[in-house]
Design a protein around this ligand. Structure first.
Ligand code: BDR
Ligand code: CA
Length: 313
């Protein structure tokens, strides 16, 4: 089968970085058309720079990286330096990238790509707030029917929230954008915290990265070490969830995940539950199914895939 054409929409973030590396390492499965950066974990000047740092680390300096939106549709940006550090990619000191940022705006790239490629052949993988995708859909509604699938990291239900008691970070930062995307009618698969909190780093899993003896392996181990400290303290868990690579792993091997095709609505009206993804897991409403809500992951298989693929870089 030909590799699936994808656009990664991202706010790196150490776990975003691992998702990008997994895609770059898997050309037989995914054809990365471009990376669009969005404001999220840290402001846009840092996320676009971090995306280039990651490509350069892997030696993929001709990957197209675009800067997209610098603020949510209707709200002030909320960031997550408390998790990812001041740069968004804290851990070992990294040099500034030398590869260029594309001149085109990320939203224009998304629109043009979907209009240029045959309908139904481009998958979008958002692993940050959904601002760029919603903006593209608002500006160019004709592209909506051309999207093959959206495979995103975001949301939570049984696992409740991580940035508020009821909301997951990516959805919370731009709930209006998320509402628009979830309501667009595009086939959508989501990796909520219910999945990603089962994809925890452990000492042997981090050691597997370090023992690759490569620049990428060392860096991924160092990033995950950094990233871990926050979740271990917060949840008392053995390690940290590698959220964002779940999206790319799904494209490579969907059998690693299990979920249900159900209705998921995004709350935008309540202060208390703003950004909550209300998932009708038990199908108690007659609202139409609009998302595959993943709930389980084969974590061993996921980490084995990561170790196998990242060792190639
Ligand atoms: C999501 O928020 C970000 O901090 C991570 O990169 C991930 O995309 C998890 O809630
Ligand atoms: Ca992210």
């Amino acid at each position: 089968m030909a590799p699936r054409k994808i656009i990664i929409d991202t706010d790196p973030g150490q776990d975003d970085a691992v998702a990008i590396l997994l895609a770059l390492a898997s050309p037989e499965d995914v054809d990365l058309l471009g990376i669009t950066a969005v404001a999220g974990n840290v402001p846009l000047p840092l996320t676009q720079k971090n995306a280039r740092i990651v490509c350069e680390l892997a030696g993929y300096t001709d990957t197209k990286v675009f800067a997209g939106c610098d603020a949510p549709l209707a709200r002030k940006l909320v960031t997550a330096e408390h998790v990812h550090g001041k740069t968004g990619l804290d851990g070992p000191q990294m040099d500034d990238p030398t590869m260029p940022l594309q001149d085109e705006h990320g939203v224009d790239f998304i629109i043009e790509t979907l209009r240029r490629e045959p309908a139904g052949t481009v998958t979008i993988c958002p692993i940050g707030p959904l601002t760029n995708i919603a903006t593209a859909f608002q500006r160019a509604p004709d592209i909506i029917a051309r999207v093959q699938e959206i495979v995103l990291m975001g949301g939570a239900y049984f696992e409740v929230g991580n940035i508020t008691p009821s909301a997951e970070f990516n959805i919370y930062v731009d709930p209006e954008a998320a509402k628009l995307v979830f309501g667009a009618g595009v086939p959508l698969t989501m990796m909520p915290l219910d999945v990603t909190h089962k994809a925890l780093t452990t000492r042997p899993r981090i050691d597997a990265f370090r023992s690759m003896g490569t620049k990428v392996g060392d860096m991924v181990a160092a990033w995950t070490d950094f990233f871990e400290r926050f979740d271990m303290e917060k949840y008392g868990s053995e390690g940290a969830p590698l959220h964002d690579p779940c999206t790319i792993a799904y494209l490579i091997n969907p059998d690693l995940f299990q979920g249900r095709h159900i209705n998921v609505e995004v709350e935008t009206g309540s202060d208390l539950t703003l950004g909550m993804t209300v998932a009708d897991w038990w199908r108690v409403t007659d609202r139409p199914a609009n998302a595959v809500f993943m709930k389980d992951i084969n974590a061993e298989g996921f980490y084995a895939l990561l170790a196998e693929r990242l060792a190639r870089l």
